[in-house]
Design a protein around this ligand. Structure first.
Ligand SMILES: [Zn+2]
Length: 103
């Protein structure tokens, strides 16, 4: 492996809890029929996690007390995804060099 490849791999190995997807802030109506949201429309801030499986987008409601933690997982997921992309490019480069040497 190249020094750069080893650095990327070391960073991937240090990964914490992670997940694919993204967090979306939106507003919703609550369950209380007397609340003004039922007259004025959705007012309560809420967080949704969305992710894709194949062509289908899935959604999961994230309770406010879990929002910070889930945000960290999503951030870590993005970081690792970017590192995988970088390492893939590095490995392709190695493969090309190897091929050129054999010519
Ligand atoms: Zn309400």
């Amino acid at each position: 492996m190249t020094a750069r490849g080893r650095r990327i791999l070391a960073s991937i190995r240090k990964a914490g809890p992670l997940m694919e997807g993204s967090l979306t802030m939106t507003r919703k109506k609550c369950g209380n029929p007397d609340c003004r949201c039922h007259r004025e429309g959705p007012i309560h801030p809420t967080t949704l996690l969305t992710w894709k499986e194949g062509r289908t987008t899935h959604t999961l409601y994230v309770p406010v007390e879990d929002r910070e933690e889930v945000a960290q997982w999503v951030e870590e997921g993005k970081r690792i995804k970017a590192l995988i992309r970088e390492l893939s490019a590095e490995q392709r480069q190695r493969l090309r060099k190897r091929r050129d040497r054999r010519r």
